[in-house]
Ligand binder design. Structure first.
Ligand SMILES: O=c1ccn([C@@H]2O[C@H](COP(=O)(O)O)[C@@H](O)[C@H]2O)c(=O)[nH]1
Length: 497
């Protein structure tokens, strides 16, 4: 066990430079830039941190990691140190080797659907780990690493970051019981560079204003500035038609990003609802129709001969053809129960299904429960806002309340099962079941719209088609027809908007 207060500097390692020199050096090597930058959220920012470049300057690496180490000295005792992948990995390594701290590595993705470990290194339940990060904005990256560690019963009480952008990350982490220590804040950087005459006053003012206007609340959502909320009507907003590809670039969730990219690349907004009852039939259909779809939707509990091999083989087909798997489980219980239903039992859904869905009916606890399982595995959730069946009770303000719930969990929820578009925010994916080439209904209340009605008129993104394909004489021919109808409707909508 290492007491961080008691740990001494290794021989040959000098004390770190002062903060002013460190900030100046970061500025000089372009690790801190001022100008006009488009962040991954699509937001224009006057400041950008690219701390990856530090690895090209070994002396600076030692200096930065020593500052991190000093900032983390809080009297707490840690058994290990773990960097948030990827930029903070070498920094954690420097701290580890300089101060003889055992290191842990968190894999960014659990390969082979959870069979490989997420945390590498030796540890035991109850160990306390210090998390290291380069820049904190909303705090979500630190939290992802914390959640992975906690899944292995490793405790995290403190995290240390080189730059706190002061956009709400510290407060968010505090709500999760994590104390965030920083080497410097963006305010300090502006002050140091301003005093050294490296920045014009208007750049400093613009940056301060940006930080003020783009704070995240503890749920990870940006608190909108007055202009964004329409407070200043004199600011004109240019409406731009966003393609699936544009939206892929805007999305912060990896599953939504992959989905929009796939839709653009494969020219398909078709999800196949593979409602067949044997494993062989499911695999045959997935392999045959795979080139034409972006999602394969399953009801795994209707497979009469289910064996774990089935989802393993299905996952291979998903990789081969480039589609996502969506288990249409429609979770509808309290948070604690859905956690078990999602992670364990016969189907172990979270191990293989990229997307799941849930009813909003039980309240936010259901999303929180699912998220505790799915977030660390990079999984995504859809909330069921509207249903296709006649006489369903999801009416009135239900969809609006569902949207609000999704907004509070937008690190895990990527969109909706719905019959119409709920929001203009391009991050949300709107997915619609109940689709055939002609309008109609079945004998048990299912109601069908056409691809054009769904994509062009209702402005949804993806059509879900089941029996229109599975009961067709030739499922591939039918899938191609739906792919064409769905994608043409999208192109028509692009022309129209
Ligand atoms: O509101 C909803 C939600 C889910 N579904 C599911 O979609 C498919 C539709 O199959 P079809 O054969 O195309 O009717 C099915 O798996 C449902 O469980 C839905 O239809 N409506």
């Amino acid at each position: 066990m290492i007491d961080i207060e008691a740990a001494c500097l290794p021989v040959g390692m000098g004390s770190a430079t002062n903060l002013n020199d460190l900030v100046l050096k970061l500025f000089e090597i372009g690790a801190v830039k001022f100008g006009n930058f488009t962040l991954k959220s699509g937001i224009q920012s006057p400041v950008y941190f690219d701390l990856r470049v530090i690895i090209s300057y070994p002396d600076l690496m030692i200096d930065v990691s020593e500052h991190l180490y000093q900032a983390s000295k809080t009297g707490s005792t840690y058994q290990s140190v773990c960097g948030v992948p990827y930029t903070a990995l070498p920094l954690a390594t420097c701290i580890s080797t300089a101060h003889k701290f055992p290191m842990l590595i968190r894999r960014k993705e659990a390969k082979d659907y959870g069979t490989k470990k997420i945390i590498e290194g030796h540890y035991k339940p109850g160990d306390v780990c210090l998390v290291v990060e380069d820049v904190v904005t909303s705090g979500s990256s630190v939290l992802e690493t914390v959640l992975s560690l906690q899944q292995e019963e490793i405790n995290v009480t403190d995290a240390v970051v080189l730059v706190d952008r002061e956009q709400g990350g510290k407060d968010m982490l505090k709500t999760k019981g994590i104390k965030l220590h920083s080497v410097c804040t963006i305010t300090q950087i502006l002050e140091v560079l301003g005093n050294m005459g490296k920045l014009e006053q208007d750049v400093i003012n613009r940056t301060k204003q940006f930080i003020h206007d783009n704070r995240f609340n503890p749920n990870g959502n940006v608190k909108r500035s007055p202009e964004d909320e329409g407070g200043d009507r004199s600011i004109k907003r240019v409406k731009r038609v966003l393609t699936y590809g544009d939206r892929a670039k805007l999305c912060s969730h990896s599953v939504a990003k992959f989905l929009f990219t796939t839709m653009e690349d494969k020219q398909t907004n078709l999800a196949l609802s593979a409602d067949v009852t044997t494993g062989a039939e499911l695999l045959r259909l997935a392999d045959a129709v795979g080139p034409h779809i972006c999602i394969l939707k399953t009801h795994i509990d209707i497979i009469s001969d289910f064996k774990p091999d089935l989802v393993h083989d299905l996952s291979h087909l998903a990789e081969k053809h480039g589609f996502l798997i969506f288990e249409d489980r429609k979770f509808a219980d309290i948070g604690n129960t859905v956690k078990h239903q999602y992670s364990s039992g016969v189907y172990r859904i979270s191990d293989w299904s990229h997307i799941i869905n849930a009813h909003a009916l039980p309240g936010p606890g259901i999303v929180q429960g699912l998220k505790e399982v799915g977030l660390v595995k990079d999984r995504a959730c859809l909330l069921i806002a509207e249903m296709s069946s006649k006489g369903n009770l999801a009416t009135g303000d239900y969809a609006k309340a569902t949207l609000k719930m999704a907004e509070e969990h937008d690190d895990f929820v990527i969109g909706f099962i719905t019959q119409s578009k709920l929001s203009n925010d391009p991050n949300w994916v709107h997915i619609t079941p109940g689709v055939k080439l002609t309008r109609g209904k079945d004998s048990l209340g299912q109601q069908y719209l056409t691809p054009r009605e769904v994509i062009c008129d209702k402005e949804c993104d993806i059509i879900i088609v089941g029996r229109g394909i599975t009961e067709a004489e030739d499922s591939v021919v039918a899938a191609k027809a739906f792919q064409e109808a769905g994608y043409n409707a999208y192109l028509e909508r692009m022309q129209k908007t």
